[in-house]
Structure formats: C-alpha cells, structure tokens
Design a protein around this ligand. Structure first.
Ligand SMILES: [Zn+2]
Length: 458
C-alpha cells in the first residue's frame, strides 16, 4: 500500500454536498483513494511520500464531458474559418481532411490533447471519437486507450460513428461511413475489450453515434439496445443547427426523434443543445439526461448562450466540455470555466441573475461525475478517488482575490498550468512536467506526425 500526505495546503475546496472549504487540514491518500481530510496527522515518516502543499489550494479534478481529441491536429487554421461558416459548411470542409486520418494520427493527437487537459487540472476526460476511416483502419479508439494509459488520465471513450451517405443528405465522405451493423459490432468489441464498470475504473466506453442528421434511424435504435444490454452510457450531438433539416426529413425535431428511438434517460447526455427550447430542456430534466455545455464553439459559431439557471431548474444535469480543437483550438478546461462564467454574466440582467463562479466549478466537477455515472469522482471526500489538482496561489497576481477561494478560478480567470495534478492517487503532472511519459520525445514524434496532416489542408 502507498500512503501519500498532501501536507499543509492553504485550503481544500472539496465540492462536497455541503460545499465545504477546509483550512488547516491535510489530505491523505492510500493507493487510489482519499482516506481522510484531517486536521491532525501522524508523523511524516509514516507516509511513503509527503507533498508540501504550503500556499497551495487543492481542488477536485475537472471532468471534461465533450471533446474530439483528433481535431487537435487541425487547429489554428485560417482556412477552417468556423466563425464565418455554418456548422454544416464547416463539417463538410473538415470531414474531407478527417477522412485521411490514420491510427498514428489518432494516437499522437490524443496524447497532445490529453497533455493540455492534465496540465490544466483535468483528471477525467470523455472523448467523442467519431473519426474512423475505412482505408486506414477503424481501431482508432484503441489508440486512445493506449495514449490515456500512458499519460495516466481517467479516460471515457465515446465510440462515435456515422452511417448516412452524402447522397442521402449527410456531410460524411465515403471513407468515414460505416453500416449500422459495423458500427454496433465495433462498439460491442470495444465494450468487451475495454469497458471496466468497477469503481475507480480508468477506462470506460460509451456508445456515441455522431449526430441524428448523419445516421440512419436504426443506428440510434440499435445503439440504445446495445448500451442498455451492457449497462454503458450513450452520447450524441444535439441542437447544433440540425433541427430545420430534421423537421424537413422526419417531420420532427431532433430531441423528439431521439425520444422516439429511446435515446433519452439518465444514461444519456447530449453535447451543445443550443437550439433546444425551454420545453425541451424540461423534457431533458424529466428524463434526468445531461447537457454538456461547450462555451467556446458556441461563442465562435455565434450560437445562443444557454441559460444555465433555467436548465438546472429542470433537473437536467449540466457539465462542461472544451469540445474539439477544430472549433476551440485548445484543450484547457480552466479556460472553459472562465468562458462559461462570462457568457452567463452577459445575459444576467435580462435573465434575472447569473450562476456563481462556484456553480461553474461544480458543473465541471460534481456535474461531470453525475453525467458520466461516476459517484466516486467529482469531489474531495474520504472514500472517493484521489483525483485532484493544486494551484499555487503564492503569487503577486493573486493578491486581493484569496479571501474567496471557491469562486476564484472562473471569476479571476485562472487559466495557466496548475501546480500539480494527481489522478487515481498518482502524480501525473508535477513541477511543470508530465510524470509518466517523456514529453520531449513525444513532442518530436507528434510534430512529425502532424506534418503529414499539413499536407492535407489548404
Ligand atoms: Zn462535438
């Protein structure tokens, strides 16, 4: 057994049910579990490791509930001008690039995104991996499992996929198309190979057809059947501009379409939901489904800014995602917290108030845990996973803000690299360095791999 003492932090923001902030306490970890937050400790010698946390604040690890790691290799490109394109135009353009991705590109782009996440306090990441290209192999998600295991992040892999061809109205190029049968078979293979449903599991699988507009109906129907058979969760994009086309095609809006196929419930969460009406959020609340709010693509694409207080009142579960780098360009979840708060504040006068910065932190911690069905993460309590990060607030630029530690990240816009990140009881980022991989070597290889993509983009 390994015992680690996180000694003398300035504060521990627990994000527990009582929203406690501990001062003059220490945090004790045994293997992967927090065993105590206590004001009295045994002698240092009784611990295998003592981490001096003087001047630091410890937070629960952040949970990212929507991303596309592979897009990290097409970021920062003027030719992919998301702000001046419709989602459909943008998809049409980027999918032609994605259609050339191979397993090596998925592996290195995933490592790059995960590195950014871990360095900014994220400890659990869901990735919606819908880039599967027939000529280059469909074992893409397997590459992510490998990358996540190497870097040490808690990983939830969403097996995405598209089944509707372009001639039937989708934006999907032929090399990325699968039949429903192929999609479901690969989901089942991944669940059987990697899904670990035990508490503290480091790898889980989610059935995640890409979005209603680009799939046949039976893809969603069979996804529900498969996911419920194995007790895994479901996820898709919803309300990101597809509703007029769904009405034209099926005579109903996309949430109703999902409902008719059983793709709603406590085990389902949806990304974006920009187009949803207040009544549709009530419906999500009734089912206990989740909404992954990704502020960066909403702002960049000029979409409506969701009213978090209204959604929260319906009982729907809110969590946060940075989304893929073809829209966001970074995988910094601290930046997502800041953006979420600013966007909510923008409407506060007309909406009669704003969520607090601490509410935003809760979305990225407890909200994320509930969304993924993981009661063992999302807060710092005895018996929960040792997933946490520390900020060193012993800096001149923080003076004046330290009296209210629970609100500080979204409100002051703290978006730099954290002091350290611990996942499942292991330090994965410390002293400015990833601990489990050789970052310099990986960076060289990732650069080389990314160069091959440059040749594909105009
Ligand atoms: Zn997305």
């Amino acid at each position: 057994m390994t015992r680690i003492l996180l000694k003398n932090p300035e504060a521990i923001v627990s994000c527990d049910r009582e929203d406690r902030v501990f001062r003059n306490h220490h945090l004790i970890v045994e293997n992967e579990i927090i065993v105590s937050i206590t004001d009295s400790i045994d002698q240092d010698a009784l611990f295998d490791e003592v981490i001096d946390c003087s001047g630091k604040v410890i937070y629960p690890g952040l949970i990212n509930t929507h991303h596309h790691f592979f897009q990290t290799f097409v970021r920062n490109r003027l030719s992919i001008d998301y702000p001046s394109m419709t989602v459909i135009e943008w998809l049409d353009k980027i999918y032609r690039v994605f259609a050339n991705f191979d397993e090596e590109m998925i592996y290195y782009s995933s490592l790059t995104a995960m590195s950014d996440l871990v360095k900014h306090g994220c400890t659990t990441a869901f990735d919606h991996q819908y880039c599967h290209t027939k000529p280059n192999g469909i074992k893409m998600l397997d590459q992510q499992v490998k990358a996540a295991t190497e870097i040490g992040i808690r990983y939830v892999g969403g097996r995405g996929g598209n089944t509707l061809p372009r001639e039937k109205g989708s934006t999907i190029p032929a090399p990325m198309l699968e039949t429903t049968e192929e999609f479901i078979a690969d989901c089942e293979r991944l669940i059987k190979t990697y899904h670990d449903n035990r508490p503290f599991s480091m790898t889980q699988i989610v059935v995640a057809p890409c979005q209603p507009l680009n799939c046949y109906s039976d893809t969603f129907v069979e996804s529900v059947e498969l996911a419920r058979k194995y007790g895994v969760r479901m996820h898709t994009h919803l309300g990101e501009g597809e509703n007029p086309l769904m009405v034209e095609r099926y005579g109903m809006r996309s949430l109703d379409w999902c409902e008719e196929r059983g793709f709603v419930g406590k085990d389902v969460w949806f990304a974006h939901c920009w187009e949803l009406t207040p009544e549709e959020f009530v419906k999500l609340g009734k089912y206990g489904s989740g909404v992954s709010h990704c502020p960066a693509p909403a702002v960049l694409g000029g979409f409506p800014i969701l009213d978090m207080r209204q959604i929260r009142d319906t009982g729907a579960i809110i969590s946060l995602g940075c989304d893929g780098s073809a829209t966001n360009d970074s995988s910094n979840l601290l930046d997502t917290l800041r953006m979420t708060y600013l966007m909510q504040a923008w409407h506060s006068k007309v909406r009669g108030g704003c969520v607090t910065p601490y509410d935003v932190l809760l979305m990225a911690t407890r909200g994320g845990a509930k969304t993924l069905g993981r009661p063992e993460i999302g807060s710092l309590e005895s018996g929960k996973a040792a997933d946490l990060f520390a900020l060193d607030l012993n800096r001149l630029e923080y003076v004046g803000g330290l009296h209210d530690i629970a609100n500080i990240i979204p409100r002051m816009g703290i978006t730099e690299q954290v002091d350290f990140t611990m996942i499942n009881g292991k330090l994965v980022f410390y002293n400015g360095e990833l601990q489990l991989v050789n970052e310099y070597e990986l960076k060289k290889e990732a650069d080389k791999c990314q160069q091959r993509i440059n040749e594909l983009v105009d």
